[in-house]
Design a protein around this ligand. Structure first.
Ligand code: SF4
Length: 358
């Protein structure tokens, strides 16, 4: 049995979206590394095995100095940005993420993305001042009643307020949702796409639902890959400037789902750098995780006829502000305009690998 689906849009939509992506970004795919630094979480989302009520999970926090060593000295060549991810865990923010961000800022030119949940304005400010630039904060559902029924963090209104606050205080923000969540209707999908298109975002994602063990949704079916890929294409067509990732769940629900995401307009891939000892205790899904290592990511990008971008996500997102793409911070845009025009130029010319150098 599969989850309710919105009407299929079809391959033609994917072709159009790919053409828009090519026009805007070329065939270049941003490549970031991700480290999952803590599996503690104070939230209780029904769709996630890291929810606080899951007493079966062996929780961990990684050490900032070990992560810094890994990222500074042993990251794969080609990574321009690093995504530091965790459950909603203020202790990890304080004791792991802040020192790690400071170290990375001191020793590398990597763009720094953070995905740490809904925090206080003071915590966002400290993270930005330490060197954070791009914040990922997903809605998962854009329907307020559905959002509440699946116990997503806080309320939808507060989550949207957090997105606006981040954008108003200098962050580039990415959001997103899950396609095929239990209880989601086709109308919810439309509502969510509309809501996301109206927010001050630099990027957005859609993942097919994959059930997590020890969650209220453990026996629910996976989201459909076709619905997910149609949403990728529709996001690209509606917001051509967005950075839109291919996500590992696409490959989990469909063998060629990850590659097809690039063919539907996606332009970001993520290489997992979390130490192997911790990966099993960062349970995004019930099924065995498919870890997108460097070889898998490079092979998928090549199979889609694309190549690695040498310009980083943060650098590019700032460039959009500088050239007047919808953005809420004209002051920031003016300040950064010369740098970003240059990034934009390199993007269109084929770019040099400056961002990846330590
Ligand atoms: S989805 Fe995020 S906030 Fe919700 S329980 Fe999982 S880690 Fe926590």
């Amino acid at each position: 049995m599969s989850a309710p689906t919105a009407e299929r849009a079809g391959p033609f939509l994917h072709e159009q979206a790919r053409a828009i992506r090519d026009e805007r970004f070329g065939r270049r795919v941003f490549v970031r590394g991700v480290v999952e630094v803590s599996s503690y979480c104070r939230q209780n989302c029904h769709y996630c095995a890291m929810r606080r009520d899951n007493g079966h999970l062996e929780r961990y926090r990684l050490a900032a100095d070990e992560l810094a060593e890994l990222i500074i000295h042993h990251r794969p060549v080609g990574i321009t940005d690093i995504d530091i991810q965790a459950g909603e865990d203020p202790v990890a923010v304080r004791e792991v993420v802040l020192p790690l961000v400071r170290e990375l800022r001191r020793h590398t030119n990597l763009g720094i993305t953070l995905c740490l949940g809904t925090l206080s304005p003071n915590e966002y400010d400290r993270l930005r001042d330490a060197g954070g630039e791009y914040y990922v904060i997903k809605l998962e559902s854009g329907n307020a009643a559905h959002y509440q029924s699946i116990e997503s963090p806080g309320t939808l209104v507060k989550r949207i307020a957090a997105i606006r606050h981040l954008a108003d205080t200098g962050w580039k923000v990415s959001s997103g949702f899950i396609a095929g969540l239990p209880g989601q209707t086709p109308a919810h999908v439309e509502e969510t796409l509309d809501l996301l298109a109206g927010l001050p975002l630099a990027g957005c994602s859609v993942s097919p639902f994959v059930a997590g063990n020890q969650t209220p949704f453990a026996s629910a079916p996976c989201g459909e890959i076709e619905l997910t890929l149609d949403c990728v294409a529709r996001m690209r067509l509606r917001s051509p400037h967005w950075i839109i990732p291919a996500v590992s769940a696409m490959r989990l629900v469909s063998e060629d789902g990850y590659v097809r995401a690039f063919n539907a307009g996606a332009n970001l891939a993520t290489i997992n750098l979390t130490p192997r000892s911790a990966q099993a205790n960062y349970p995004i899904y019930k099924h065995d995780r498919i870890i997108m290592d460097e070889a898998r990511v490079r092979s998928a990008i090549a199979e889609a006829g694309c190549e690695l971008s040498r310009v980083g996500i943060s650098e590019y997102a700032h460039s959009q502000a500088a050239i007047g793409i919808p953005h809420p911070h004209p002051d920031t845009a003016r300040r950064e305009a010369p740098v970003m025009r240059s990034a934009q130029r390199r993007m269109s010319l084929g770019a040099t690998p400056e961002r990846q150098l330590t």
